[in-house]
Ligand binder design. Structure first.
Ligand code: PMP
Length: 318
């Protein structure tokens, strides 16, 4: 499905999956002018197909567009593109526990030129792929590698946008994490405050029930994080988005003030963090009940097994 910006967004075109022809001078290949989103479609027990808070993804795509000097796609076109894809063949959405259709909307600069300036011709596309359970054999706590040498984003940079450059910067530290026997990498900002993992946000649970998630201008604000914090608030937890230093994390775990740490994002939903490892230390993390209980509540809403009190679901097949 493609829109192009020659005098505005054009009618979408659905075409069979295949290569995209690009001029070798296309701006995206040289200057990385591109953005994307990640969102899922879920099949409910009655066969209907729903997605989760697509207005939030649509708005985040617009914020990313602004930062990357790309045109903003109206949110209603964004949601329409999801519907049109499902209308082509609804059977692409698998049924069953933890099964979904992962939707990947993206926009990039197609214009061919070699000077450095924002492109005038861009395309918006949407592709999809069925996704099974993220964890085979149930959710397992992950081990996190602390990247001391690398940052994913800098002050005033593109950290809050969902753009390839941030992910390109995270690939080498992610390999370092694997080499050190870890599943994921956690990034700090220039002031040694906790930022996020390569593709998930971080949440801390304190002894008094307060839930804290790191806040900074360079964090990609996750829709899963926002939803989990809302569900926790509904349960009476105090919720805070604020700076959390690495020192606060390590001291909190050592003193028992922090009773649980977890990561969250669209792909894995919620996963407990079992250990934080660096070249200098390994901090085992306390494992609690809240992460998995919030995970269950959220997935119950997404799969239509529990009341959608906040009106988060949007039906795509009707
Ligand atoms: N941070 C990063 C860097 C991500 O790539 C993602 C996944 N989109 C998230 C956080 C979590 O965002 P969401 O909950 O919207 O998937």
């Amino acid at each position: 499905i493609c829109w192009s910006i020659r005098g505005g967004w054009h009618r979408p075109r659905v075409q069979p999956y295949g290569p995209i022809a690009l001029d070798p001078a296309a701006a995206v290949l040289h200057y990385g002018q591109e953005i994307f989103e990640g969102i899922k479609a879920y099949r409910h027990a009655d066969g209907s197909v729903h997605t989760f808070r697509p207005d939030q993804n649509g708005r985040r795509l617009q914020r990313s567009a602004r930062r990357l000097a790309l045109p903003e796609l109206p949110v209603q076109y964004f949601i329409q593109s999801l519907r049109e894809l499902i209308a082509v063949d609804g059977s692409w959405v698998p049924s069953g526990d933890d099964q979904s259709l992962y939707l990947r909307p993206f926009m990039f600069a197609k214009e061919a030129f070699l000077g450095v300036r924002p492109a005038q011709k861009v395309g918006y596309y949407l592709i999809a792929s069925p996704a099974g359970a993220y964890f085979s054999g149930g959710v397992k706590p992950v081990t996190i590698w602390l990247s001391e040498d690398y940052a994913r984003a800098g002050k005033g940079g593109t950290g809050a946008a969902k753009t390839g450059g941030n992910y390109a910067a995270s690939l080498l530290p992610q390999s370092e994490a694997y080499e050190n026997g870890c599943d994921q990498v956690v990034f700090l900002d220039a002031d040694r405050n906790v930022e996020e993992l390569g593709g998930m946000n971080v949440v801390f649970v304190y002894k008094d029930g307060t839930i804290v998630t790191p806040q900074s201008p360079s964090i990609l604000e996750g829709i899963t994080r926002d939803s989990i914090l809302q569900l926790a608030k509904d349960r009476g937890h105090k919720v805070e988005a604020r700076e959390v230093s690495l020192q606060e994390w390590r001291d909190g775990v050592a003193s028992g003030d922090i009773v649980e740490v977890f990561a969250c994002g669209t792909a894995a939903v919620v996963t407990p963090i079992g250990a934080l490892k660096s070249a200098e230390f390994i901090d085992e993390q306390p494992i609690g009940e809240l992460a998995l209980s919030l995970r269950e509540e959220l997935t119950d809403i997404q799969y239509g097994r529990r009341e959608d009190k906040h009106g988060w679901l949007v039906r795509l097949d009707a």
